[in-house]
Design a protein around this ligand. Structure first.
Ligand code: NAD
Ligand code: DAU
Length: 339
């Protein structure tokens, strides 16, 4: 099969490209990425020269460019990871989120209609369901939970999901959607919580915790997410939404303390800062459907995954030091300087 993966130079898309190139030598993985601040060719370096991997530096909003790739590559499957993905950045500058996450998705869907594909898969997020209260641990997001977004980021992702559903119903495009909880693992951009803690702690910098640090996220090791998407694309039913998550809820403070302890760093580095506006309290996925229908279960326990992740950051300092030494410094100063 020829499989287009958009956003493959980012965190999850990058891990997915590694996984697919190494697992399916007979498939060709065609990565399309604009290489925004979050895209990094160093993430793809280990597979760049593999015979079953190709890379195009193209914006998914560039209709002509995308159509040309479809004409040349004749994809069977398209998996759309490309997105602006950071909630904090969406609060500062929503527009680019609407462009990439909504217009970009519509261009990919139009290309699929025009050239014909066997499956389009939209990589969505649990954030489209909004949040759950902290005092109701019995509640979980199911595929039936209504869309109820909080941030410009989650609203743009929900809009993309609605477009995918419209293309299924109106044009009969064969699509699936997955909504996953928070991922962690290698190649995670240092603006996000876990890599930010690791990078700051290793540099003995303070760890900014929003509000009281009691918000809850449901953490999943990135390779477990990749396996789930592969399974949905190959065995999932057209027209279906699948939630992905491993019942691994932690408060932000628990995560910070776990990482600091693993690195042998003092909890004195923790600094409470002004909360994120509209900050979602709790995410928690009910993964019953993907387990019952496709047999998926997470394989990596948090204790093992976080150790593996920390080891990766310790052994790949060049990858993230390169990132945090550039434009990232200006971002960090603006985001945290006066907080
Ligand atoms: P990321 O920010 O690390 O990577 C995004 C990638 O998309 C980058 O390589 C970037 O260059 C590329 N990109 C951005 N705009 C583009 C455009 N216009 N055209 C082509 N490429 C473009 O993001 P991530 O954390 O890897 O997330 C990937 C996908 O998974 C996103 O759709 C996100 O909404 C979803 N998701 C993420 C998580 C998570 O915990 N990180 C959880 C659930 C779902
Ligand atoms: O749930 C899936 C989503 O998870 C994805 O759709 C998003 O693309 C991804 O970025 C992630 O969103 P979050 O907002 O949950 O991730 P982030 O790493 O930005 O923050 C995790 C939690 O940590 C959140 O409650 C905010 C808090 N936080 C974050 C940062 C960066 C802090 O307390 N301090 C920080 O400096």
């Amino acid at each position: 099969m020829n499989i287009i993966v958009t956003g493959g130079a980012g965190f999850i898309g990058g891990n997915f490209c590694h996984f697919m190139v190494n697992t399916y030598p007979d498939d060709t993985i065609i990565c399309i990425d604009k290489l925004t601040y979050a895209g990094n060719l160093e993430t793809l370096a280990p597979i760049m020269d593999k015979p079953n991997f190709k890379f195009y530096k193209t914006d998914i909003c560039d209709r002509e460019g995308i159509y040309k790739i479809f004409e040349d590559e004749k994809p069977d499957v398209v998996i759309n990871f490309a997105a602006e993905s950071h909630v904090d950045r969406s609060i500062t500058n929503p527009e680019i989120f609407l462009e990439t996450n909504i217009i970009g998705t519509s261009v990919m869907l139009d290309a699929c209609r025009k050239y014909g594909i066997k499956r389009y898969h939209q990589v969505s997020t649990d954030e489209v369901y909004g949040d759950l209260p902290l005092d109701r641990p019995d509640l979980f997001f199911t595929e039936e939970t209504p869309i109820h977004t909080s941030s410009p980021y989650s609203s743009s992702k929900a809009s993309a999901d609605l477009l995918v559903m419209a293309y299924m119903r109106t044009y009969g495009l064969p699509c699936t959607i997955s909504r996953c909880s928070n991922n962690y693992g290698p190649y995670h951009f240092p603006e996000k919580l876990i890599p930010l803690i690791i990078a700051n702690a290793l540099n003995d910098k303070t760890i900014p915790v929003y509000g009281k640090g009691e918000n809850v996220r449901d953490w999943l090791f990135v390779i477990d997410h990749c396996r789930a998407i592969d399974l949905i694309v190959r065995k999932g039913k057209e027209g279906e939404v699948y939630n992905i998550g491993g019942h691994n809820e932690k408060t932000n403070l628990e995560v910070v303390k776990t990482v600091l302890s693993a690195l042998g760093k003092s909890e004195d580095l923790i600094t409470y800062v002004t909360d994120r506006p509209g900050h979602d309290m709790r995410y928690a996925i009910d993964p019953t459907k993907i387990h019952n229908e496709l047999g998926w279960l997470p394989e990596t326990r948090f204790e093992d995954g976080i150790k593996q992740t920390i080891d990766w950051y310790l052994n790949n300092k060049e990858w993230w030091e390169h990132i945090i030494s550039g434009e990232y410094q200006n971002y960090y100063e603006k985001q945290y300087g006066n907080r």
